[in-house]
Design a protein around this ligand. Structure first.
Ligand code: DGT
Ligand code: CA
Ligand code: CA
Ligand code: ZN
Length: 562
C-alpha cells in the first residue's frame, strides 16, 4: 500500500479506536473506521488527489475529508491530538495487545480502573478479569499471552524500521569508514538494536552523533550509544588495522563468537575483538579485513547470514559451505499485485518495473474475489486480465506470468474454480481468514491446498505479521513434509512486515527438498526492492540457487507448474 495512504488510514482508524475507548456514540466511531477501510482500498495515492476528489471517495464525508487534508498538511489532526491528550498514554498502549480492542479497554478502564500494561497483568494474574461480566477465564489467559507476546516482539524492529535508523545514523559517517554489524548484518527478520563499527576517531564522530541523537545514552572513547528514531544504536570505534576483528566480533552471533573462540583456543590462539594472540610465541596478529581472520584460521569465509553456530564452523574448516544464493541469480519476482486488485501499478507499469529490476519475468498474483478482499478478481475479470497480459507481453522484455493469489477457504478448497486455475501460469494459494482454527484443522486445511493439483506455491505459509500478529497455530513440519511429497513450493514472502517463511523453516524445507519461491507481495514499484529481504532469509536458511523457482528460466518454471 502507498505509504501516505497507510499513514492516513492508520490515523483515522486510531481516531475511531480512541472514540470507542471514550465510549462515544457508535455512529461517529464507525464513520472513522469505514473511512480508514476505504482508504486502504484506494488504488491511488491521496497525495495525488485534490480536495474534491477526496470528498468523492465513497464513505468519506465532508468532516473526515477535512481531517484527511489536515493529515496531509501536518501529519496529524487537531481533534485527534486533543482526544489523545485526554486519555492516559499507558492505556492507549494496550491497543497493541493482540485480541484486546478498544471495547475491552474501555470496560477494563471503567470497571476496574486499569490504566496500563502492568495494571492489566496484575489483574489477570490475580484472576480479577474473570469477574467482569462476559470476560471469563479464557479471556484472562488470552490477555496474559498477548502481554507476553507484546513484550517479546513488540520491542524488535522490522527491517524497514532498522533501515531508517541506519540511514539516519550513517548519514553523518563518510562512506567506507563503517559497517553495520550485529543481527542487521546477519540478515535477521527482526532487529533488537543497531550495532555499527567505525574506523574513525571518537573525537570526530561523537559531536556529530550528538547532533542527530534523540538521546545520548552513553558517550565514550571506545563506544558510544545513542537513541535515534526511538531505537538504540551502539557504535564501536576501532583502529583501521584492527577493523576486521572488531567487525567479526560485533557481527556475532554471540553463540558463533563463543564457539569460534573456543576452537581457536584449542589451537593455542586467543581470539578477541582486537586480534589474535598466538599463545605459543606470544605474537599478536591484527586484521584490517574480516576475510583475513578466516584465512589465518585455515577456514573458508563464512557469510554473516549463517554465523549462528548451526554447523557452519566445522563445514568452514572442511571448506564445504553451501554456495548461498545471491540476488543476481534471481530471474524474477513470484508475488506481485497490480491495479486490477489493490496494487498501484497497471500491468504495463508492472512489466516495465520488472524490466527495470532486470527481471525476465514477474508473476502477477492478484487476489481472488472469494472473500471480498480489496478489489479481488472474479473468474471473468481474471480471464480479461490474462488477455491483456498476453497483449502486453508481446512488447516487453520482462514477461508477466499469469497467476492469482487464491484464498484457501476454511475447508481447504480454493476461492476460484479449477477451470480457471488450470489456465494460469502459476497459482499461489494463501490463508487470509479463519486464523483461529485449531492446530490440526488448520494444518489439514493447508495440506488440502498443498495437494491440490492447481496449486504451485503456498503464500506466506505461517500468516504472521511481524510485531502485529502471531502466526496461526499450524504444524509446519507436517506442512513441509506434505509440500515435499506434493512438489508444491513454499513462499518466502519478502515483505518486511511478514518475512514468512522465516530462516529455520526455510532450512527445514530445503533439507527436505521443497522448492522455495521468493515473492515481494509488492503493491508498487518501490516494494519490488523488498526482494533483498527475502534473499537474506533464504541465505539464513542455507539456500543455494537450485533451491528456488525464481532462479529457473521461464520454460523450467512452466514445466514445474504443469
Ligand atoms: P539483536 O540486537 O538482539 O537483534 O541481536 P545482535 O546479534 O545484534 O546482538 P547484540 O546487539 O546484543 O550484540 C551485537 C554483537 O555483539 C553480537 O551479535 C555478538 C556480540 N556479542 C554480544 N554479546 C556478546 C557476548 O556475551 N559474548 C560474545 N562473544 N559476543 C557478544
Ligand atoms: Ca544488535
Ligand atoms: Ca547492541
Ligand atoms: Zn496474501
Amino acid at each position: 500500500m502507498d505509504e501516505t495512504n497507510r499513514r492516513v488510514a492508520e490515523l483515522l482508524h486510531f481516531m475511531g479506536q480512541l472514540l470507542e475507548i471514550r465510549g462515544e456514540d457508535t455512529f461517529k466511531v464507525r464513520a472513522y473506521h469505514r473511512a480508514a477501510e476505504q482508504i486502504t482500498r484506494l488504488n491511488r495515492s491521496l497525495r495525488s488527489m485534490n480536495g474534491e476528489e477526496i470528498r468523492q471517495i465513497e464513505g468519506i464525508g465532508e468532516r473526515i475529508a477535512q481531517k484527511i487534508q489536515e493529515i496531509l498538511d501536518k501529519g496529524t489532526f487537531q481533534e485527534l491530538e486533543t482526544i489523545r491528550a485526554g486519555i492516559p498514554a499507558t492505556l492507549i498502549e494496550l491497543l497493541n495487545l493482540e485480541g484486546v480492542g478498544p471495547k475491552t479497554i474501555a470496560r477494563l478502564w471503567r470497571a476496574m480502573g486499569i490504566q496500563s500494561l502492568e495494571d492489566l497483568e496484575r489483574a489477570a494474574r490475580g484472576h480479577r478479569i474473570r469477574a467482569i461480566k462476559g470476560f471469563g477465564e479464557r479471556k484472562e489467559q488470552e490477555i496474559l499471552h498477548a502481554i507476553d507476546l507484546y513484550r517479546r516482539q513488540g520491542s524488535r524492529m522490522t527491517r524497514l524500521q532498522a533501515d531508517q535508523v541506519v540511514q539516519c545514523v550513517t548519514a553523518v559517517l563518510p562512506l567506507g569508514t563503517y559497517d553495520v554489524a550485529g543481527s542487521y548484518r546477519r540478515g535477521k527478520s527482526t532487529i533488537g538494536d543497531i550495532d555499527i563499527v567505525v574506523a574513525l576517531s571518537p573525537s570526530s564522530v561523537n559531536p556529530r552523533l550528538r547532533e542527530i541523537a534523540q538521546e545520548v545514552i552513553d558517550e565514550g572513547d571506545r563506544r558510544t550509544s545513542i537513541r535515534c528514531e526511538g531505537q538504540r544504536v551502539d557504535m564501536r570505534f576501532t583502529k583501521e588495522n584492527e577493523y576486521g576483528s572488531m567487525l567479526l566480533y560485533l557481527t556475532g552471533s554471540k553463540e558463533f563468537n563463543i564457539r569460534l573462540r573456543e576452537i581457536a583456543l584449542s589451537r593455542g590462539l586467543k581470539l578477541n575483538e582486537y586480534g589474535i594472540e598466538d599463545r605459543r610465541d606470544g605474537k599478536l596478529h591484527t586484521f584490517p579485513r574480516e576475510e583475513e581472520i578466516f584465512t589465518f584460521l585455515g577456514m573458508e569465509y563464512i557469510p554473516p547470514e549463517i554465523r549462528e553456530d548451526q554447523g557452519e564452523i566445522s563445514l568452514a574448516f572442511q571448506h564445504s559451505l553451501p554456495q548461498l544464493v545471491s540476488q543476481t541469480e534471481i530471474k524474477g519476482d513470484l508475488h506481485t499485485h497490480s491495479s486490477w486488485s489493490d496494487g498501484h501499478l497497471t500491468l504495463e507499469e508492472l512489466a516495465n518495473a520488472g524490466a527495470a529490476a532486470g527481471y525476465l519475468y514477474l508473476l502477477c498474483s492478484d487476489h481472488s474475489a472469494s472473500l471480498g478482499i480489496a478489489h479481488g478478481l472474479t473468474e471473468e475479470k481474471l480471464r480479461d486480465q490474462m488477455g491483456e497480459i498476453e497483449w502486453i507481453n508481446r512488447n516487453s522484455p520482462c514477461q508477466i506470468l499469469t497467476g492469482t493469489e487464491v484464498d484457501i477457504l476454511t475447508d481447504g478448497t480454493l476461492g476460484l474454480s479449477g477451470s480457471v486455475l488450470k489456465d494460469l501460469d502459476l497459482v499461489v494459494a494463501s490463508i487470509h481468514s479463519g486464523f483461529k482454527q485449531e492446530r490440526d484443522a488448520i494444518t489439514r486445511r493447508m495440506i488440502t491446498a498443498i495437494t491440490n493439483d492447481h496449486v504451485d506455491i503456498i503464500g506466506h505459509p505461517t500468516g504472521r505479521l511481524l510485531g502485529e500478529r502471531e502466526s496461526y497455530d499450524i504444524d509446519m513440519i507436517r506442512v513441509i513434509d506434505a509440500a515435499a511429497d506434493a512438489r508444491t513450493a513454499l513462499e518466502i514472502n519478502a515483505s518486511p512486515h511478514r518475512l514468512d517463511l522465516d530462516d529455520l523453516h526455510v532450512r527445514e524445507a530445503r533439507n527436505k527438498g521443497v522448492k522455495l519461491a521468493i515473492g515481494t507481495d509488492a503493491h508498487d514499484e518501490k516494494e519490488l526492492s523488498y526482494i533483498k529481504y527475502g534473499i537474506m532469509i533464504a541465505r539464513r536458511g542455507w539456500c543455494e540457487a537450485r533451491d528456488f523457482l525464481n532462479t529457473m528460466d521461464e520454460d523450467a518454471l512452466r514445466k514445474f507448474a504443469s
